[in-house]
Design a protein around this ligand. Structure first.
Ligand SMILES: [Zn+2]
Length: 450
């Protein structure tokens, strides 16, 4: 289906004063992005907020969490009908163990999920797009009081639903899992359950794109109104790093090149390639102060996981009881959201997720030759296990730069460049026949030939 598509690449014209950037978009992905509807996103947010509470421990079948979960499930089931049997939807029930913190006793809970099966039987990668759908008010243990949770996190849940709608009828070699988690506000319970299950069962998780608080564009206190930017949080030193991995990281100075950071850069590049008037800000943190997110249980299990979030948060409308005080409206209500902004963040997700699910697996055994003193750099690698590879990009950047700056094309499995390995960072990504790029792999040092 990608036969007519062009290879996607950026051309940087040297280090001259006026550089020209060529942007080529995959037409199928560009088309999917035009289908994202701010009206449909708003409809999902308002429906989710119309349940009295989506508190994790809420058991009200009429207007509590179980009812909201049925709503999400019914959407997934509806979209599955146009997937030619490749999409399945389910509510996965489990027990959250009591923890003497935010879960008083062992409690029944559930994640709502849709799986869009990949078309390549040899490709077992799973890309997860997620958001927590549970909500809370000021008292995190109040499972009965109103907690509309429009932006936190009806916004992320709406994005996941909208992506499932649009992507269901499209084919990708790798599998995509759309997840609405429970239990985030009670301690990342739903995500922990799934991440631990994935680890135990040996799932090949390609990446986790977690969305949390993505639909507001005006800040409290600083009064900034700006729908032009979003944030991607990625861990710097991997929480799951082993001693051996730490030693390699220190040796090659890859402090800014965790797998999650590579994913964040990839999202910035893909997002800005496809979404107009939008900047993806890389935040070099696993998450914000005092607060976490559902990407963390995956990172703890060594998986590649980031958090998407809005740029300017409004604390009048987060975790607050719905009330008017001194003429100020508090509470996470749907009227305070910016649905055009939510559309753009959803589009960044779609561009990144579709590119990842289209991409070949990453190149293997990526090495940088450090056996000799040389002003050249030699990189060597092996083809990925799955996917039809047209060639590879060798990426290069200044050691002081955040983003990859030059891309060298090769159809070989090695490349020597006349740039000193001492002065630049390098990585390699595999490129499919349709031009989809894998996540980049930073090389580890090659001390001797095997
Ligand atoms: Zn949240």
């Amino acid at each position: 289906m990608y036969k007519n598509l062009f290879t996607v690449f950026l051309v940087f014209v040297g280090q001259i004063a006026v550089a020209q950037t060529t942007v080529i978009r995959n037409s199928e992905i560009a088309q999917m992005i035009t289908e994202i509807s701010s009206d449909s996103l708003e409809h999902h947010v308002r429906t989710l907020a119309s349940f009295n509470s989506r508190h994790t421990l809420s058991t009200n079948e009429e207007n509590g969490m179980p009812a909201a979960q049925q709503y999400v499930l019914s959407k997934f089931q509806h979209f599955a009908k146009k997937s030619g049997g490749r999409m399945t939807a389910e509510i996965e029930k489990f027990i959250i163990p009591g923890d003497e913190r935010r879960i008083p006793t062992d409690s029944p809970a559930a994640n709502v999920m849709a799986t869009l099966k990949g078309t390549d039987p040899a490709d077992d990668r799973i890309f997860i797009i997620s958001a927590h759908m549970d909500s809370r008010n000021k008292d995190v243990m109040d499972e009965k009081g109103a907690a509309p949770g429009s932006n936190d996190n009806g916004s992320g849940t709406a994005a996941v639903i909208e992506l499932a709608r649009i992507m269901a009828s499209h084919e990708f070699p790798a599998t995509i899992l759309f997840v609405a988690f429970t239990g985030e506000e009670q301690g990342l319970k739903g995500a922990t359950y799934l991440a631990d299950k994935a680890k135990k069962e040996g799932w090949n998780i390609g990446a986790v794109l977690n969305n949390d608080i993505i639909g507001n564009s005006s800040s409290s206190e600083t009064m900034i109104k700006d729908n032009l930017k979003m944030r991607v949080f990625s861990e710097t030193i991997p929480v799951a790093e082993t001693e051996q991995e730490a030693a390699i990281r220190r040796y090659i100075n890859a402090d800014n090149d965790s797998k999650s950071r590579q994913l964040a850069r990839y999202i910035k590049e893909q997002g800005e390639r496809y979404v107009d008037h939008f900047e993806v800000k890389l935040i070099y943190r696993a998450d914000r102060f005092l607060r976490g997110g559902d990407q963390t249980p995956f990172a703890k299990n060594g998986m590649t996981a980031i958090r998407m979030s809005e740029m300017n948060e409004n604390f009048l409308h987060q975790h607050e009881n719905v009330r008017v005080e001194d003429g100020v409206q508090y509470g996470d209500l749907p009227d305070f959201m910016d649905y055009e902004y939510l559309r753009k963040v959803t589009a960044v997700n779609l561009a990144s997720l579709a590119s990842l699910a289209n991409s070949p697996d990453q190149p293997l055994e990526v090495k940088i030759d450090v056996r000799n003193l040389s002003n050249q750099t030699t990189l060597l690698w092996s083809p990925p296990e799955t996917g039809t590879v047209q060639g590879y990009f060798v990426l290069m950047r200044e050691t002081s730069s955040s983003m990859w700056e030059r891309k060298f094309w090769t159809t070989d499995t090695g490349l020597t460049l006349p740039y000193s390995k001492d002065n630049y960072f390098f990585a390699v990504q595999a490129v499919s026949e349709s031009g989809a790029e894998s996540l980049p792999v930073m090389p580890t040092p090659l001390f001797k030939l095997n």
